[in-house]
Design a protein around this ligand. Sequence first.
Ligand SMILES: [Zn+2]
Length: 138
Amino acid sequence: MKHKLILKKTQKIALLCLLPFAAAGLLLLLKQAYAAWVMPWMPPCLIRTATGLRCPSCGMTHSVFALCRLDLAGSLRANALILFGVLLLVLLYAECWTRVLGRPKKLIPRKKGFWIGVLIAALAYAAARNLPAFAGII
Ligand SMILES: [Zn+2]
């Protein structure tokens, strides 16, 4: 026999209110575990090692770690693409709220063209951050 978990609207609202705190706690735990057990074994970025150039994701670990310390400027300096990731999480959270409140709305674009644009923007960011004019800025 299969049991289906059915929550009342108030229970869903309570869970959604707790979600950011649970997610923040989990992120801090994962950060500690990653720093202690995974980071020592991670190879350096292959693109940076081979070319000396920073790829779109270079600095993302430092960016997330800085965000965990609430060092927003340091987080953006390490990799400004974190801003897009945080924006996506906020929109996803807002989508959950629209669903729980009975008016489901998709706030994150699902069209392929949007994501191709995101990829192009990330590559443009990677190109720009390797230009001498932007060294140390982005
Ligand atoms: Zn890289």
